[in-house]
Design a protein around this ligand. Sequence first.
Ligand code: URA
Length: 235
Amino acid sequence: MIPDTTEVYKLISEIRNSLDYLSETGCQGFDCSPDCLERVMNWGGGGDVIPVPEPLENITQDLGDCVRCRLSKNRHRIVFGTGNPDARLMFVGEGPGSEEDQQGEPFVGAAGHLLTKIIAAMKHTRDEVYICNIIKCRPPGNRNPEPDEIETCLPFLRRQVQAVQPEFIVALGAVAAQTLLDTNLPISRLRGRIHDYQGIKVMPTYHPAFLLRNAERKRDVWEDMKKLMKEMGIE
Ligand code: URA
């Protein structure tokens, strides 16, 4: 009998959550290393069976009406992500702003309009790429997310990346770049060259909201995108 894949993913996801929890509580009785958790995520693809990526719906289901951190108190809507679930190119921002919090979609405010133009300049549409954020709920007053808020939300982004399996990621701004690349280096040092995140090519660049206040930096972002387009084989 062929098992129902949704059920299998649910089971894997429950096992993974339990291992994550054990790992967080310092359990040493199991191998809770990132390597092992990664392997668990890839279960279902053993032998000559090609692993099937987890559906994004599974992740939204697990996220539920999340109250895992304090940001749930003030948010109106969880902003999960939008776009092509099989995208070759993914954009990762910091976290929802007020407009996104109202609409439940990432990058729909002023910074989002600029991002849409950047995507168009890269000869893509919003529907062709995948857009999401490091954290899924708006921090009050648009403050930067706290490290513990990022840590709580990060497993969901990791799963999103594994589900979409993009070849390329644009990390928008310091929070996205530093979180994905696990570094404290400033965005000015990270931008302009390709980095690696789990085998995916990552181009960090300035955040569109920063560009709205510092228009003279748009040239740098365009240089970064041109480099990335060359890497992607876009003429
Ligand atoms: N800024 C972000 O980083 N993400 C959004 O979704 C909107 C603004």
